[in-house]
Design a protein. Structure first.
Lengths: 334, 306, 428
């Protein structure tokens, strides 16, 4: 086993489309949780709404991808309004409960046999992304090699990455302007103390709703990139289940909640870390260092979830301000 | 140096009518289980005066404040502000109309700087709508004007040197000052201060009292909750006494001091109350649950005394 | 199905559906499938039944759906060895054809050693089919209500712990479902043939109680001491949930597994209902335990201390109650109840690594409906949710029944956020 190769492939994975769409989901969560203090535990639901919103018009109604894009965004706005209306007047935990439940319910519904004509049932939807790949300007693989670093990506991957990372940068720019405006000041104040905001004549409920919608739309766009990158939408728990939401949370917390680049830095670090452990365990098995009775080959995939769980617990306990957080922020958190 | 500027024609009795009331409350009731926390038959607040709302802990002062500022819903009752009925409005709508409050446990926004705290107070910043927020040229000029006002207020409250500090790093007394200054950014017509002097050291207390008087000079109306009669003496034009949710007396400070009912209900236990409340204040961070033990320790005290 | 069964006359023409194990291996090299052929005897001739939907589910996730071909055959490919449940969608049966009265639409099968698995459905031609005991609507409703009560009682045991923990610590524990799974899985692991199942179950309960205590001692008590905020704690509980869930998956695998005992039992007919002794005993145990818990909360010193802590922690502390100890006992109780719920659920639906997490959604609906923090609320909410989701299958497909739970959740938040039995909160 060559540790440098494993590091190289981990860094390569860190730029893959998966990191781009996790970044987008985490940018949304940063607006929710980092800036407004909203606990959205159903970001995967927003991703699913975006992904299906994109795929269904193409699959079931033979519309263009642009129609799908509009549908996905509209659907995510409606989803946010539906979830926010009953919960945003209540304590923070109600939003968490309702969002995690609604995200799972959405997945149950699209999986239903009765909707197979529209959603593809448990098989999901394939073949809606051809229009996207027809527009691919790359004809061969793109990238470079530098020592043990190999950043070569297939033409298909490179195209998704170009679009995905382009949207991520747009999202960062949006966050920058929105948060550094008086609007963003109110959001941050809602996070600190809603009642203070109300006592100064600002409708905290309305600002929370705006935040929920906008963060949700970022999640939905992340879901669309996921759908395009995979060329399919699957109602599987791995793709669009709760663990997806918490992967984005872990990424956000690593990078730092309420920090502009937190979601992107965190996603890169976390996805690279997961890829590293994955490859490391597989190589260790190949070398015979890890006995198959301890971790069977088909159990390697479980490792990333175990790491996810541990990471969430340790980060939230010891470094809630993210791994780049300063001492000054540490003092404020107490 | 007791000063009473209240016109002589106002009767010193609960529910007295005033010549120019800015706020009129009638039949206001709030129940928690079987307990009537607030049961105010009638109360008028005179315009451009400093009115003190006093009473022992657990008398319902803060609940009364929460009700008329929209932070809690009454079981019954009406109240008008400048003649407009307020019951159906939310707290932010009331604030927009010019009725701004502060809180007993300060609600400074810890992870925002002092100047950002101040700027939040400003009303009608167009950049607070998302559409305009993304176009800085639509709000930059207004923002500069707001910042100038904020700096002037910070200067007046002797807090300019704290301008860029996080609010979390302020002392309890400084937070009280910040909260009051922030409320003024909203250009309120009536300022409702919930125990502005609690937990503030004596030197700062004098400063705070001075600021409260200035507000009246500017033409504003001030209502503040206080449990310490001595603080009230210096600055209040009118004193309203609450006990067990009801208004038991109204009058100038001198009249209240002579009122036997008030002395029975309140002044006799006054010293103990003050101590228990201060202790609660010191230990109290902004957590929401901690506003309760304050009242409870007060209740406990009462039963101990009996 | 009922509309078809309604016009059943006494008759015969019973039929067998036969199943042929197609040597699919010839077609697909290593692919495994669940296969079969649907036939029904009409006028003494065995006719293939086409256009019927057969779905295969593993661990709550649908593996595939196929429709029977013109010759009545179907083959649903599956990812590999393991336990699957195969469901025949009775709505897709042609007019006049029904399942035989004593047959169920869902079959639990095990695909082994790389082979295909054949399943058999017995169909009858409806005109002459046997009258089913459950054929009429009222009977069906009664059966659903009884299922709902049974499930609701099990859910109540899982919900009460969550609600009490919330009441005493304000923590919404997203890892509560894992307490349920833990109990069920421990019973499964101990039930390895060397000790009787009941002993294994009792040991598992002790472990579940200990696990609840460990949760508090290792994680939550230190976090409370650190002064970690409630929102951070909720995220930590999610992390814990994921960690436990996937460690369990790693250790016991992804299949549904059954306990060695009480797997198959004959039903006892009670009016329109058919309940197995297992169901009856499970319900009896649930009721006894719930009554005991109610007694404990109301009458014992611990119960009073717990209510005092829930009411006002600082006041309880200042009046000499050892708050940390009370919270620890609440966790022990929560772990015990959730573990028992898990074992009963495992007897009913088999044991699976994510059974608790799937249940968590329904638990949330139940405790919100009843009022977060109140034990009776959790009980009432669980029964209502249990019955409601079962009855909802009268109008929606069974796979969508938990959608009803979410609707309950949202409606209750709109109408009465403190729940049926909860108290309105005091502001400020």
């Amino acid at each position: 086993m060559d540790i440098l190769d494993i590091i190289g492939s981990a860094l390569k994975a860190g730029l893959r489309p998966e990191t781009a769409y996790i970044s987008l989901a985490a940018i949304g969560l940063n607006i929710h949780f980092g800036y407004t203090g909203l606990l959205n535990f159903g970001q995967a639901g927003f991703m699913a709404v975006g992904a299906y919103g994109l795929a269904i018009p193409v699959f079931a109604f033979e519309a263009s991808l642009w129609v799908g894009l509009a549908c996905g965004i509209t659907a995510s706005v409606i989803f946010a309004l539906l979830l926010g209306y009953p919960t945003l007047r209540l304590r923070a935990d109600y939003l968490a409960i309702v969002t995690i439940a609604a995200a799972e319910i959405f997945r149950f519904i699209v999986r239903a046999t009765g909707l197979r004509e529209i959603t593809g049932g448990s098989n999901g939807i394939n073949g809606f992304s051809s229009g996207f790949y027809e527009a691919n300007p790359y004809t061969s693989s793109v990238g470079f090699e530098l020592g043990f670093l190999d950043f070569n990506y297939t033409a298909r991957e490179a195209w998704v990455m170009t679009v995905g990372w382009g949207i991520v940068l747009t999202g960062i720019a949006f966050t920058y302007f929105a948060i550094n405006s008086p609007w963003g000041r109110v959001l941050k104040s809602v996070r600190e103390d809603e009642d203070a905001v109300r006592s100064l004549g600002k409708n905290a409920y309305s600002f929370k709703m705006q935040s929920l919608v906008i963060g949700g739309v970022f999640g939905a766009i992340g879901g669309m990139i996921l759908a395009l990158a995979q060329g399919s939408v699957q109602p599987s728990p791995v793709d669009l289940g709760p663990t997806r939401t918490f992967l984005a949370y872990a990424a956000l917390i690593i990078g730092g909640t309420g920090k502009l680049w937190g979601p992107v830095a965190g996603s890169f670090i976390f996805i690279s870390l997961l890829s590293f452990t994955d490859t490391f365990i597989r190589s260790a098995q190949a070398e015979g260092w890890i006995d198959e009775s301890f971790i069977a080959p088909n159990e390697v995939g479980i490792a990333r979830f175990v790491i996810l769980g541990i990471a969430l617990m340790l980060l939230m306990t010891f470094r809630p301000q993210g791994i780049f957080g300063s001492k000054r922020e540490m003092a404020l958190d107490v | 140096m007791s000063r009473s500027e209240a016109p002589a024609e106002i009767e010193s009795k609960p529910g007295a009518t005033k010549p120019d009331p800015i706020l009129k409350v009638s039949g206001l009731v709030r129940q928690f289980g079987g307990l009537k926390a607030v049961d105010v038959e009638h109360l008028e607040i005179e315009r451009n005066k400093i009115t003190a709302l006093i009473g022992p802990n657990g008398a319902g002062k803060t609940t009364f404040f929460n009700l008329i500022t929209g932070f809690d819903q009454p079981n019954a009752g009406e109240w008008t502000y400048n003649g407009h009925p307020m019951k159906a409005l939310g707290p932010h709508q009331m604030a927009k109309q010019g009725m701004v409050r502060t809180f007993q446990l300060t609600k400074s926004l810890s992870k925002l700087t002092v100047i950002e705290n101040m700027k939040l107070g400003a009303a009608n910043q167009v950049g607070e709508s998302l559409g305009k927020a993304l176009l800085p040229f639509t709000w930059k000029k207004q923002e500069a004007e707001i910042e100038r006002r904020a700096d002037a207020l910070l200067d007046r409250f002797n807090m300019s040197h704290m301008r860029s500090e996080f609010a979390a790093s302020l002392s309890g007394g400084q937070r009280k000052l910040l909260e009051m200054a922030r409320a003024l950014m909203a250009e309120p017509e009536i300022v409702m201060l919930d125990e502005p002097m609690a937990g503030v050291n004596p030197a700062l207390t004098q400063e705070l009292l001075g600021h409260v008087k200035e507000l009246r000079e500017e033409g504003r109306t001030i209502v503040f909750v206080e449990h310490d009669m001595d603080v009230v003496r210096d600055i209040s034009d009118w004193v309203v006494v609450m006990a067990q949710g009801q208004i038991i007396a109204e009058g100038t400070h001198a009249e209240i001091g002579a009122n036997q009912e008030v002395i029975d209900a309140y002044l006799g236990r006054h010293h103990d109350e003050e101590m228990s409340s201060d202790k609660a204040q010191e230990s109290g961070t902004e957590s929401f649950s901690q506003s309760e033990p304050d009242e409870n320790s007060g209740l406990e005290k009462e039963s101990n005394d009996e | 199905m009922p509309k078809l069964a309604k016009n059943c006359i006494a008759g015969l023409a019973l039929i067998l559906v036969l199943v042929l194990s197609f040597p699919i291996a010839v077609l697909a090299q290593s692919e495994q499938a669940i296969t079969g052929t649907l036939r029904v005897e009409i006028n003494e001739e065995r006719t293939p039944v086409a256009g019927v939907d057969i779905s295969v589910v593993q661990g709550g996730e649908e593996v595939g759906v196929e429709t029977t071909a013109e010759d009545g055959t179907f083959a649903v490919t599956v990812p590999g060895d393991g336990a699957y449940s195969v469901t025949l969608n009775t709505d897709s049966l042609p007019e006049g054809v029904t399942l035989q009265a004593d047959a169920t639409e869902t079959l639990e099968v095990r695909v082994e050693s790389g082979n295909n698995k054949a399943v058999i459905y017995r169909l009858v031609s409806g005109d002459q089919g046997e009258t089913s005991a459950f054929s009429d609507q009222a009977g069906k409703v009664a059966r659903l209500v009884s299922n709902g009560v049974r499930f609701g009682l099990i859910m109540a045991m899982c919900s009460i712990g969550l609600s009490l923990i919330f009441g005493t610590t304000q923590l919404v524990n997203f890892a509560h479902g894992e307490l349920v799974t833990f109990g069920a899985v421990m019973a499964l692991v101990l039930d390895n043939g060397t000790i009787p199942f009941l002993v294994a179950a009792a040991l598992a309960l002790a472990l579940a109680a200990g696990f609840g205590a460990a949760n508090d001692l290792v994680i939550w008590r230190p976090l409370r001491k650190r002064g970690t905020g409630l929102i951070s704690m909720m995220v930590i509980s999610i992390g814990l949930s994921i960690l436990i869930r996937f460690v369990i998956l790693w250790q016991v695998g992804g299949d549904r597994q059954a306990y060695s005992k009480y797997r198959i039992q004959e039903g006892i007919e009670i009016g329109p209902l058919s309940l197995t002794p297992r169901d009856l005993i499970a319900m009896a145990i649930s009721i006894v335990v719930l009554v005991a818990v109610a007694y404990m909360i109301n009458k014992t010193k611990f119960g009073k201390a717990m209510r005092a802590v829930a009411d006002n922690r600082d006041l309880a502390e200042s009046s000499g109650i050892n708050v940390q100890q009370v919270i620890l006992y609440v966790w022990v109780l929560g772990g015990l109840l959730a573990g028992l719920g898990g074992i009963l659920l495992g007897l009913d639906q088999q044991v699976r690594w994510n059974m608790g997490f799937d249940l968590l959604l329904l638990i949330f609906a139940a405790v919100t409906l009843g009022g977060l923090g109140t034990a009776y609320g959790a009980l009432v909410g669980s029964l209502v949710v249990g019955i409601f989701i079962e009855l909802s299958t009268l109008v929606v497909a069974p796979e969508l029944k938990s959608v009803g739970a979410l609707m309950i959740l949202i409606i209750i938040l709109l109408v009465r956020p403190q729940g049926i039995l909860g108290r309105a909160e005091r502001v400020g």
